[in-house]
Ligand binder design. Structure first.
Ligand code: EPZ
Length: 435
């Protein structure tokens, strides 16, 4: 429940990047000794990945600072079950490491999700080119390979986890693998840096051509996860929306050039430091137009947040989504709050309004739910955002961090949510009594 109208003031710490932690946890499967990973964010997706590793017999211990020790030496199954993978598509990242290190893997096909079909053909085609025998049967990917062979792989679409999976698979393959049209995201670079410290031979991470020379064995290392650039961008937009003054610590401004440029265009004053960013917004934002594309262009994971910013900005802004086919679910919810947005194909035309009004809204996917929280911070009245488990997947302690910045936000325990109509409530009561 969020009461709008309070400018955000103060400073918070940015957590480690979710989309760097997940592939690095998978990379632990490439060696036989305990790996140490620090600056790990306390997120549902991280918990899910730890659960998946433990299911395979991998020992994972967590200390009070969320520093992980991952010991794969006791692994006994190379299996990722549907009921886990369906809750987190990024589970597919264990496929490459299992296959290249143990010669076999059985991983549930990740279903689609709210934002799109999200196939994994590029992952499978790349592994086949490296000599893997891959069958898809009864919703599972069954993969086998004596030893993968290096290959030249041209990705016809830039794929972040596709690049990561193939890069990990190539580290222990025979010979050289070259990935063309590779993803350039900072999380790909963070993974490559970790793999190199484990003894892998990788050139070109961060460019669209990555060359990996296979080695026989990798050893453990300690890795500190890089800061989350999307969490950073989300709080920057929150500060701009509420016309506040916020400082974000332990982050890396250089990872957000495209986002900072758009915030400046919207009228924000941004002061980037070595590992912090300060933002000040004293007047109403000006509308901006954004078009998502692979890094270093404007990130799709910041699209919903900028749609919310444009909703209350002065002027008309367009938001074009080129990565996912259905990443506009937040628009219907924003319209319920009074936003004036028209969808034309993959472009949202956003006519800024003076103010939004509170309304009960429902989260549908991680970044859409973040944009609803942002809108609620400026909407008049109390907004209830439902299904916030989507938020907990990607934002560590979001209400604590927003409270620290002066927002009026509280998390309603499950039971306290405004009740559904009596029939549904009665049915729920019966279910509870039977449970
Ligand atoms: C990663 O997803 C991120 N997740 C996503 O973040 C992010 O939105 C996305 O990259 C784009 O930046 C993680 O890193 C765990 P893609 P990923 O493969 O790798 C198509 C978040 O909010 N494609 O780069 O799954 C795909 O359908 C999440 O934190 C194929 O066609 O995305 C999409 O249109 C959401 N075949 C495009 O490529 C494939 O085999 C880019 O997808 C793979 C992808």
């Amino acid at each position: 429940m969020i009461e709008g109208g309070y400018p955000l003031e103060g400073e918070i710490r940015i957590s480690g990047a979710k989309n760097s932690t997940l592939p690095i946890l998978a990379a632990c499967l490439l060696c036989d000794e305990p790996m140490e990973i620090s600056n790990v964010p306390h997120l549902q997706d991280v918990t899910t990945t730890i659960e998946l590793l433990r299911l395979m017999g991998v020992e994972v211990t967590i200390d009070e600072k969320m520093r992980l020790e991952v010991d794969p030496s006791s692994i006994r199954r190379y299996f990722a079950p549907y009921d886990l993978v369906k809750t987190m598509r990024a589970s597919i990242l264990v496929l490459g490491p299992l296959l290249t290190h143990f010669g076999e893997a059985e991983v549930s096909l990740p279903g689609g999700c709210a934002i799109g079909v999200r196939p994994v053909n590029l992952h499978l085609d790349g592994l086949r080119r490296m000599g893997a025998d891959i069958r898809v049967e009864e919703g599972y990917i069954r993969a086998r390979a004596d030893r993968l062979r290096g290959a030249r792989i041209l990705m016809d679409t830039v794929s972040v986890t596709g690049t990561e999976n193939l890069m990990m698979a190539a580290t222990l393959a025979e010979g050289q693998t070259v990935i063309e049209n590779a993803a350039r995201e900072p999380e790909v670079v963070d993974l490559a840096n970790c793999l190199v410290r484990m003894g892998a031979r990788i050139e070109g991470s961060g460019t669209d051509r990555i060359a990996i020379d296979g080695v026989r064995k990798l050893h453990a290392t300690h890795h500190e996860v890089l800061p989350d650039r999307i969490e950073t961008g989300t709080y920057l937009v929150a500060a701009a929306l509420t016309r506040g003054h916020v400082r974000l610590r332990e982050t890396r401004p250089e990872l957000l050039d495209a986002v900072l440029a758009k915030l400046r265009e919207a009228g924000a004053r941004i002061h980037p430091g070595a590992n912090d960013i300060e933002i000040e917004m004293r007047a109403r934002a000006r509308s901006v137009s954004v078009k998502t594309a692979p890094y270093p262009a404007f990130p799709t994971d910041m699209q919903a947040q900028f749609t919310a910013l444009n909703a209350v900005a002065a002027g008309t802004g367009t938001v074009t989504e080129t990565i996912f086919e259905n990443r506009f679910m937040h628009i219907h919810e924003l319209q319920r709050m009074g936003a004036d947005i028209r969808l034309e194909g993959n472009t949202a035309i956003v006519q800024g309004v003076e103010g939004l009004r509170a309304a009960p809204v429902m989260a549908t996917d991680l970044r859409a739910s973040a944009s609803l929280v942002l809108a609620a911070l400026v909407a008049e009245g109390q907004t209830l955002v439902d299904r916030i488990y989507h938020i907990d997947r990607g934002y560590e302690c979001i209400e604590e961090k927003l409270l620290q910045l002066g927002a009026r936000i509280r998390r309603l325990p499950e039971g306290n949510r405004p009740v559904a109509e009596p029939a549904i409530r009665a049915a729920a009561a019966v279910r509870l009594s039977q449970a």
